[in-house]
Design a protein around this ligand. Sequence first.
Ligand SMILES: Nc1ncnc2c1ncn2[C@@H]1O[C@H](COP(=O)(O)OP(=O)(O)O)[C@@H](O)[C@H]1O
Ligand SMILES: [Mg+2]
Length: 272
Amino acid sequence: MTASESLRLFRRGKVREMYVVDEAHLLMVASDRVSAFDVVMREPIPGKGVVLTALSKFWFERTREVVPNHFVAERDERSLLVKRAERIDIECVVRGYLAGSGWAEYRRAGTLAGEPLPPNLAESSALPEPRFTPATKAESGHDENISRDQLASTVGAPLAHRLEELSLALYLSGAEYAMARGLILADTKFEFGLLDGDLILIDEVLTPDSSRYWPADQYAPGKPQPSFDKQFLRDFLEGSGWDKTPPPPPLPPEVIRGTAERYQEALRRLTA
Ligand SMILES: Nc1ncnc2c1ncn2[C@@H]1O[C@H](COP(=O)(O)OP(=O)(O)O)[C@@H](O)[C@H]1O
Ligand SMILES: [Mg+2]
């Protein structure tokens, strides 16, 4: 018997199912599905949903002083009871280091989210200070990076300012804790919702699905870093010649196992 049995489905995302518990609450169930380049792979990653649930719960409890969140209670090892909120359709990305699409933009244009950065920064360099680089949360297909000005014209300047302030505060608090555990939080993404007019943090938080974690003792800018997230899977997919449109290629057992191990290791390092 699982916690979601007999509940009505509210929404099925790439990774999570949300079920209606009552007017004010949802049950958030994390599956073992993994998505990369916004496409869900056919094979599950064993244990991944349990890791995401444990880490989100851990961070919701640790960061509630910084910003209130939707977490109410743990229901079982892959489901959390949460407060239903009116989602703000923005991915609130914070970057402390140059990686992924941030590095790609900088290499191409010398900017990050359209704003200038010092010249001659190497791949994986620490930024002079963390930057808020929002993206729209596309209903289907790929999220699109937008500038802070575009964000302000989409949601209004006061809300845009608040989203940035809270995202930066959450990033700093998470990064400081992770560093004490030997992990660099290179970048991460938050989602927020409105509940009775107040902003709350929703979805998952500071997990390897939403964040890049690098082992600090192996950190060396000028190249990609080893990581405790889906980079291992992305590297396999990049090398496979796949065009990043569905269907995805089959995942070899060693890629499934290697990804599962990295998620477990992130949980162990952050919480053990
Ligand atoms: N408290 C909440 N209230 C309403 N919606 C939420 C809440 N927490 C998370 N969600 C939404 O539920 C979905 C979670 O599933 P996920 O697999 O992450 O979806 P996606 O494919 O959109 O990333 C997301 O669309 C997320 O925005
Ligand atoms: Mg999501």
